[in-house]
Design a protein around this ligand. Structure first.
Ligand code: SF4
Length: 512
């Protein structure tokens, strides 16, 4: 494959005098790596601010500039629970033992990203250290320590790393503070690629976190408080990006929470009206942020459809999860979307949320029927995943509903929505189960994780590995945990803290 890349910063020339080489790895193919803002920004930060020779490595990388024997530091981005499968295959490709204790020689291997920030315990045997939280600044410190102390025993370097806030070294650390970065600079795609999954798309981070604090939402709770990129920075960065491509994407768990979200949309809309050919997409849109101006901008920027996350069909259940949307707001959003140029909407929801009953599912069908009836010719579809309890959220104690029952719910929704001519997709309930096991897992899962990988990483592999190591995976997925129990991830200090989460759990589960 011929790779075409365009650097939007001055990449450092290879320093021939430096003997410190580092790999920054993405556990997926090249095309996905080039659409991962976090991964690319991390690479750029280290490349432009340190005197190390850094190289990007992906699952399908064939040739590398450095040989593994020259690499002193090997970092992985870890964003999805099952990324360990790809990470292991990349370690084996370079003949590295999976467990840190078996790796006597360099490189030091570390991971960062939301999965290991929330709960690194299932993976603690595999990495020498973890970056907990926003890694932009701490990565540079970690790299410097490793470079300045190269030649010393691994243990000594790890001890030094463990003294830095935000770094978790399983061998030495006790409590670890999650890092929270101030968003005073605008983070954007530093390298455009023709071969990226989102080809030549300039992604701009508008906001990090979300103040809505839905009870299940890791993206919100792991990133409190909400931080917004200053408006002037955003505008300058948009202009900078548009000098290189006409495709831009605004990113954030809830970008409409940005106080100048509407001004940014207007800025782009005016450019399009002045004959600039801009294609723009948004990562997500809250129902209450759907206004005629926003939709007109999306439509003018080439977007035909958008996704609205309503999470649950009934107002009662939306209250329980802290997503306080009225039915009227939903109908109004659809009307605005239809009247201002979109061709369709996809609604996103979850099944198996705590306290959910058959009435809540029926409410989804009723809602869908009404939307369909009032919006003839407008393309409506639904997508669902099943609830997975996530650490550091108010629902971290809530066990997941059993697989059989969720599969029945999934079949019910598909059948009933199909009857009224609405397409419906539901994520794999069985995969979501394993996600829950890993999400609330602890270090006892270590051998099970390795075995799952060795057996091929398919659904059956998880089951067989659990059997071999006699792991009661139902405990991690289904059990309603008690407030008194110490949880595997309690040692990661994340604001607003456990006491707040307990109160919020009680408040939400009794909401009517
Ligand atoms: S609105 Fe979306 S991003 Fe914000 S807390 Fe709820 S689910 Fe998470």
């Amino acid at each position: 494959m011929k790779i075409t890349e365009q650097y939007l910063y001055n990449p450092k020339n290879i320093d021939k005098n430096s003997n410190f080489a580092m790999w920054m790895a993405f556990p997926g193919t090249y095309s996905f790596s080039m659409s991962s803002l976090g991964y690319l920004w991390m690479y750029k930060t280290i490349d432009s601010q340190t005197d190390v020779n850094i190289e990007r490595i992906c699952l399908d990388t064939e040739k590398t500039r450095y040989n593994i024997s020259e690499v002193k530091l090997f970092g992985f981005s870890f964003s999805f629970d099952t990324d360990f499968l790809t990470i292991f295959s990349m370690l084996e490709k370079y003949n590295l033992p999976l467990k840190a204790a078996e790796r006597e020689k360099f490189p030091l291997i570390f991971a960062g990203g939301p999965v290991v920030t929330a709960n690194p315990e299932p993976y603690k045997d595999f990495f020498d250290f973890f970056i907990i939280g926003d890694g932009e600044d701490i990565n540079i410190q970690a790299v410097k320590i490793c470079k300045e102390n190269q030649g010393k025993p691994k243990k000594n370097i790890l001890k030094l790393l463990s003294e830095i806030e935000g770094i978790y070294v399983p061998e030495f650390s006790k409590n670890v503070q999650k890092l929270t970065k101030k968003l005073d600079e605008c983070i954007y795609t530093p390298i455009l690629s023709e071969n990226a999954f989102f080809k030549n798309t300039f992604i701009i981070e508008m906001a990090r976190g979300c103040f809505n604090r839905c009870g299940f939402c890791l993206a919100s709770y792991l990133n409190l408080p909400l931080r917004c990129t200053p408006y002037n920075e955003l505008i300058q960065t948009i202009d900078f990006g548009l000098n290189h491509t006409n495709k831009i994407a605004l990113l954030g768990a809830q970008i409409s929470a940005h106080p100048q979200f509407h001004d940014v949309c207007k800025y782009i809309y005016d450019k399009i009206q002045n004959d600039e050919k801009i294609e723009m997409s948004l990562s997500s849109l809250r129902v209450d942020a759907v206004t005629p101006d926003v939709i007109k901008t999306l439509a003018a920027a080439g977007q035909k459809n958008s996704t609205l996350a309503i999470e649950a069909g009934s107002e009662r259940l939306r209250k329980v999860i802290n997503k306080n949307l009225s039915e009227e707001q939903i109908f109004n959003a659809v009307k605005i979307a239809r009247e201002n140029g979109l061709k369709g909407l996809k609604f996103y929801g979850m099944i198996g949320l705590p306290t959910e009953t058959q009435e809540d599912l029926q409410a989804i069908i009723e809602l869908a029927k009404k939307i369909k009836k009032e919006n003839k010719g407008f393309d409506i579809s639904f997508g669902f995943s099943s609830f997975v309890p996530k650490p550091h959220t108010p629902f971290q104690w809530c066990g997941r509903e059993n697989t059989k029952s969720l599969e029945n719910k999934s079949a019910f929704l598909k059948k009933e929505l199909h009857k009224i001519g609405i397409t419906c997709h539901v994520s794999s309930i069985k995969w979501d189960y394993w996600q829950a096991v890993l999400s609330r897992g602890d270090s006892s899962l270590s051998d099970f994780i390795v075995e799952t990988y060795k057996l091929g990483g398919k659904l059956g592999s998880f089951k067989a590995a659990a059997k071999k190591y006699n792991i009661n995976t139902d405990y991690f997925a289904y059990e309603n945990l008690s407030y008194e129990n110490e949880l595997p991830w309690d040692f990661i200090q994340v604001q607003p803290g456990k006491e707040f989460l307990i109160k919020e759990n009680q408040r939400l589960l009794t909401a009517t």
